[in-house]
Design a protein around this ligand. Structure first.
Ligand SMILES: [Zn+2]
Length: 314
């Protein structure tokens, strides 16, 4: 490929590896899909780092673990001259090939408990995106795995109002369907589904139906395509073409302006065929060229769409 495309990736779980002794973010790693050298090789200029906490933990431990993960991400961001935290729109001006911007995104509002001040505290610590729920319910809303499909609670409404004031990006991935529509009806700013695919292409409960995809586009939001094999297709069959099927479908439904990347690197034990780690973004873009995507369309999906979204919404 004669052209390398810059990348903003809206979801990875690499912070889970920060506890591991066999992993060093600044070293050469056999373990994991992402580290500093590989991010730079792949020309990733901004990476969202999820703070994922096992919701099964006792509330105090959820909060403790969440704070510990934020601290580990901040340690990474502060320990290298070429890494910086993205907290406001002006920080986006610093994005460039040699540098890495990090955006802290908390995956699951469980860390807030029922205390709105926790949202303020995580914001002060650098959180700029919040996935309201993981697949289970919390005090904000039900997750997609909850059979009762409950929507936003009163506390949930309080949370999203505060997010709107503070420009914290609202991420609906993992949220129940009822919760999704409550958000669309109550929240006045654009939303993202940071790592969610298309139900029409492959029927997985975590994926979005056409109405949801259109609602996200109508509010000028983004859908980040997720590489988790079991959400792309029957897991064994997932490959680069399957990822592109989801991208093509999104393009058909809403055009290319609302499509982004949400790899889920280091959040899945297996990747689609043809994707080995973050460096495989290049292979995906090459394949997209073969599927007749223009360079402009590829760069919108890989970078520009998130860039403009964040310029308007941080
Ligand atoms: Zn997730």
């Amino acid at each position: 490929m004669d052209k390398q495309f810059p990348v903003i990736d809206g979801h990875c779980d690499t912070a889970l590896l920060f506890d591991s002794k066999e992993y060093d973010f600044f070293g050469q790693n056999k373990k994991g899909h992402i580290d500093f050298n590989r991010l730079k090789q792949a020309d990733v200029r901004l990476q969202f780092f999820a703070v994922f906490v096992d919701p099964q933990l006792h509330q105090f431990n959820v909060l403790e673990k969440g704070l510990q993960k934020v601290n580990q991400i901040l340690n990474v961001a502060e320990s290298h001259d070429d890494i910086f935290l993205v907290r406001e729109k002006n920080d986006l001006n610093k994005l460039q090939k040699e540098k890495l911007g990090i955006l802290i995104s908390v995956e699951g509002g469980d860390v807030l408990g029922q205390n709105i001040e926790m949202l303020d505290i995580f914001y002060r610590l650098g959180m700029r995106s919040l996935t309201l729920t993981w697949s289970n319910n919390n005090y904000i809303a039900d997750g997609i795995a909850d059979k009762r499909n409950g929507g936003l609670t009163n506390f949930g409404i309080e949370v999203i109002e505060r997010m709107e004031e503070k420009n914290i990006i609202l991420d609906v991935s993992h949220l129940s369907v009822a919760g999704f529509w409550d958000v669309v009806n109550c929240y006045k700013k654009p939303i993202i589904a940071s790592h969610s695919n298309c139900k029409t292409v492959y029927n997985h409960k975590r994926s979005l139906d056409d109405k949801q995809i259109k609602a996200i586009a109508e509010c000028n939001g983004l859908v980040g395509v997720n590489f988790a094999p079991h959400q792309l297709s029957v897991a064994e069959n997932a490959d680069l073409d399957t990822i592109i099927q989801h991208i093509k479908y999104l393009k058909k439904v809403v055009g290319t302006k609302y499509i982004a990347l949400g790899s889920d690197f280091d959040g899945v034990s297996q990747l689609p065929k043809g994707i080995n780690d973050v460096c495989s973004f290049d292979d995906l873009f090459l394949k997209m060229q073969k599927h007749k995507f223009t360079d402009k369309e590829i760069e919108d999906i890989s970078y520009n769409n998130y860039y403009s979204f964040l310029k308007s919404n941080l």
